[in-house]
Design a protein around this ligand. Structure first.
Ligand code: GDP
Length: 439
């Protein structure tokens, strides 16, 4: 999502940086390109026009501060406006004074409401809350069961009435149950339709009247492009929503919706869904998304992801092992698995500054899988002391892991080199790496 736009912006900025001084015609040219790339990314035309006008006013009116590269200054202006366009600062979920804070979800069928209900519950649970869910989707036959299964996976209770068609009644009774259970948040999954219709809106309004939610969040599939903006407008007119959730942000659509919703509808995006797994949820931080688009990286999100995936005890025990030179292939395997927990390599690298566009990472990922399979085919003893491996065992391991003996040998050699490096680091004798200032 937003990859193409990122690539275009980075090209434009490269050109802008090349100019020692920014003249009015340089700026005009750059702005024309910014405009084209936003339109290509499927951003609403009116939004683009306003955006360009704001940048133009600022860029042309600004005195070039001495000591600062004018190109950088231009990028800063675009960055600030982009953050504003995306919704300013990150808008968090409301927390009501009384428990539970009720969050009602709305959206079309297939948008990802049920999945998001579970993702949000999981997120809240991790922040120390006690979530509770209600399935009031009385139309899609499998919806209640789906939420029940997801609830079990994350150990969050789900209230539903199988076979019932009384969505409002389900919500009323579910709310009582959530109070009895002393829940701090109640998330209500409602029914969707393939298209907006009167009946759906009436039902949602009835639920709203009955449960008086502190927040109504509209769940929208980001893949539907510009329609997402129209949809958000219709739901907002009927229900006065509090925020938007964009799902399927991992898809490869152009992402213009993300950039248009706040301006057109006036409501912020609060979360984005980035995959089908329950953990595939990110808070929507306008500043971070803007930096990602402008190729400045998103180190903060990366660090947060790493903190989630790697626990501190593991990190300490790893450090101890490196220091005492007991790092073995089992530890190596664990590290590989930690990297995998962060997500696909491509999406990790994209968060680093300067790595805006990257080539095909499939070979690197394949290589990681190979190494994992090889280590998993070894016995515990062999993982601790790979030097005991004889040719016949290497052949068995290659067969067991679907690789060649040469792959096994390559891994063992790399592992030996790695251990040598660690030995040097832990003894304080740093190798003389070209390009680094050695002692
Ligand atoms: P609902 O009808 O609105 O309740 O939609 P569901 O929660 O059943 O989701 C519809 C489909 O979209 C399912 O196959 C989900 O796995 C998938 N889905 C939901 N959120 C995401 C997301 O963020 N990324 C991707 N790739 N798929 C998603």
């Amino acid at each position: 999502m937003l990859d193409n736009l990122g690539a275009r912006f980075q090209d434009i900025f490269k050109k802008v940086r090349g100019h020692g001084k920014l003249s009015e015609s340089n700026i005009k040219e750059a702005l024309r390109e910014v405009k084209m790339s936003l339109l290509e990314a499927d951003v609403n035309y009116k939004v683009v026009k306003d955006f360009i006008k704001k940048i133009q006013d600022k860029a042309i009116g600004t005195e070039v501060v001495t000591g600062i590269n004018p190109g950088q200054q231009f990028i800063k202006i675009v960055n600030d406006e982009l953050v504003e366009l995306l919704g300013g600062t990150n808008s968090r979920l409301t927390k009501g004074v009384r428990n539970p804070t009720v969050i009602m979800l709305a959206g079309l069928q297939g948008a990802g409401k049920t999945t998001f209900a579970a993702k949000l519950s999981n997120y809240l649970k991790k922040t120390g809350e006690r979530p509770y869910m209600i399935s009031a989707d009385v139309y899609r036959p499998a919806a209640m069961k789906q939420l029940e299964v997801l609830g079990k996976q994350i150990d969050v209770p789900v209230y539903f009435e199988e076979g019932s068609k009384d969505a409002v009644g389900i919500c009323e009774r579910g709310l009582e149950k959530a109070k009895e259970a002393n829940a701090t948040y109640l998330i209500i999954d409602t029914a969707g339709r393939l298209h907006i219709d009167e009946h759906l809106m009436e039902e949602l309004k009835d639920i709203k009247k009955t449960v008086r939610p502190q927040e109504i969040l509209l769940v929208v599939d980001a893949m539907i492009g510009q329609d997402a903006v129209n949809l958000a407008e219709s739901f907002n007119n009927a229900l006065n929503i509090d925020g938007v959730i964009l799902t399927k942000f991992d898809g490869d659509t152009r992402g213009g919706a993300a950039l248009s919703i706040k301006s057109v509808v006036g409501k912020s995006i609060k979360f984005v869904g980035t995959g089908e797994k329950i953990s595939d949820l990110e808070l929507f931080h306008p500043e971070r998304i803007a930096s990602r688009i402008l190729g400045m990286g998103d180190v903060v999100s990366l660090v947060e992801k790493a903190q989630e995936a790697i626990n501190e005890d593991d990190a300490k025990s790893l450090e101890e092992k490196i220091r005492t030179q007991q790092f073995d292939l089992d530890d190596f395997l664990k590290q590989l698995q930690n990297i995998k927990k962060l997500g696909p390599l491509g999406s990790i690298l994209k968060m680093l500054p300067g790595v805006g566009q990257i080539g095909d990472l499939a070979p690197a990922e394949k290589e990681m899988k190979k190494v994992e399979a090889i280590i998993q085919s070894m016995t515990k003893e062999e993982r601790k002391k790979p030097e005991i491996l004889k040719a016949s065992r290497k052949q068995r391991i290659a067969k067991g892991s679907g690789t060649d003996v040469s792959d096994v040998n390559k891994l063992l050699k790399q592992f030996e080199q790695m251990k040598d490096m660690m030995k040097m680091f832990s003894s304080g004798k740093f190798p003389n790496i070209p390009g680094m200032r050695g002692k």
